[in-house]
Structure formats: C-alpha cells, structure tokens
Design a protein around this ligand. Sequence first.
Ligand code: DAK
Length: 257
Amino acid sequence: MSESLLHSSVEERVAVVRLKRPKVLNALSLEMMAQLADVLERLDSDPDVRCIVLTGDERAFAAGADINDMADASVATMYERNQFARWERIKRIRTPIIAAVSGYCLGGGCELAMHCDIIIASETARFAQPEINIGVMPGAGGTQRLTRALGKFRAMELILTGRQMTAREAYDAGLVTRVVPVEIYLDEAVKLAREIGQKAPLAVRLAKEAVLKAWETSLSEGLEYERKLFYLLFGTEDQREGMKAFLEKRPAAYRGR
Ligand code: DAK
C-alpha cells in the first residue's frame, strides 16, 4: 500500500513504514504526520501485523518537523492546528515499533524515534534536538523523553546546544540499542521485528504497555500495574499454549487469543 508521503508494506507479520520526502531529508510536514498516524493506526488494528519498523532512507530518518510549516505561525495558529493530537495517536499505538535510523534524526525526527519502542541505528546516524538553533525548543516530547533516556545532564547539554550525537554516543548513552553498518540497518531492524513477531502477541503488547508505564509512574504503582497485566495473561490461550509447548519440548503456535 502506498500513501503519497509514506510507503508501507507487510511481510511475515512485520510492517515496514518508510517516510518518503527525500528532497527535504524527510522533514515531517503536517500532512506526513497525518498520514503516519493513519497508517500506524491501521496497522495496529491488523491482527496479521505483530511488529512495525519505521524508517526513512540512508541520508535521513527525518531532519525534524518541516520548518516551512512553522516559520510564520502564530501562537493561535499553533494552538488551532492541535498538532499534538497526531503525536498522541502515535503514542497510543500498541504494536511495538522499531525505529530503523540512518543519517539525520533531528528535532521532531528524534522525537518521533523516541515515540518508538526500540531504536536501531546505522553507523552514520546522527541524533540531535537542534530547535535551540532556530529560536525555539523541543515541542513533541524531546525535553522529557531524552531526559528520561539519557539523564538530566546529557540531555541538558544536547538540548541547550543542539549538538549532534553520533550513533556510537547514542548507543553508549542508552538511546540506541544496536549500531550496525549502514548497509544492514534496515535488515537488522526487520530481523528483530520478526523475532518479536514470533512471540505471543497479547503478551508482547501488554509487556510494551508495562515498560512504558515505568516512564510515567512510581516504582510501587508500576509494580502494581505489572502484576495486574501479568495476571491478565493467565486468561489467554497463548499462555496455556506457551507453557504446554515448553513442557512438550516443541515450538509454541500462538494465535493471539
Ligand atoms: N524543514 C524543512 N526543510 C528542511 C528541513 C526541515 N526540518 N531540514 C532540511 N530541509 C531541507 C533544506 O531546506 C534543503 O532544501 P532545499 O534547499 O534543497 O530546497 C534540503 O532539505 C536539504 O537540506 P540541506 O541542503 O540543508 O542539507 P545539508 O546536508 O547541508 O544539511 C541538515 C543537513 C540536516 C544539517 C540541515 O538541513 C538542517 O540543519 N536542517 C534543519 C534541522 C532542524 O533544525 N531540525 C529541527 C526542526 S524544528 C511539534 C512537533 C514537532 C516539532 C515541533 C512541534 N508539535 C506537535 C507541536 C518539531 C520541531 C522541529 O523539528
């Protein structure tokens, strides 16, 4: 299936969604974000899709929100547009999303990668929140998610200077979980997505929900939440199947029930 600013395909339970505005380094226009929220929601409700890979191209994952959309905007325009609603829709996707990042991953691009659940980077990837260089600050979660991912001091330095981090630095700081040669970054992400796609889908979705909860709550509330989701899984056929298959020394056949 193709949208004008995105391309998406599904194979072996893994959907690959590609941002497609290469001439402007995949700058995230309002229209592109609308299409992205639509596509991700559609994939999220497709039972055959178990994991999503979100990517750009070798030169850029995305160089930020499209500055043309914001340059002349007033407070009222920004408020009326309510862009946050689209980002909120992306935040609510329950299927795991892996960002496969190469090249520039800046501003809104970095914030979009941080809306994903795992980030795989090519050696050429560069991460930054450069909004400070154009007179503003991150607005789609950068000050909060980068700080939670890297800690206060590293995040503060990056956000106040707009400096680009290399893939290796992002790996050392814990933002990225794998750095691989540019030739294989997408394959690596798809391979990981297929591995996740083999697991019991309800357990995967609830586990994602529980990990995300850790960002937003105290330890004791998070543990309470985890416990309830854990109990819930004992109401699924896949729990029976997974444990039975282990005891019978055979691979499990999960059905998402
Ligand atoms: N927007 C629009 N066009 C962009 C762009 C961007 N963010 N980034 C690059 N381009 C365009 C360039 O203008 C150029 O277009 P032409 O001149 O060819 O027409 C083309 O892409 C190629 O870029 P360059 O010629 O500049 O390529 P270089 O290799 O020399 O430099 C660069 C690459 C990535 C270092 C440079 O393009 C750059 O600094 N780009 C801007 C990066 C940036 O400042 N990003 C942050 C933007 S602010 C919100 C949600 C999100 C946001 C805000 C609100 N809400 C929910 C309310 C996010 C804000 C941002 O991301």
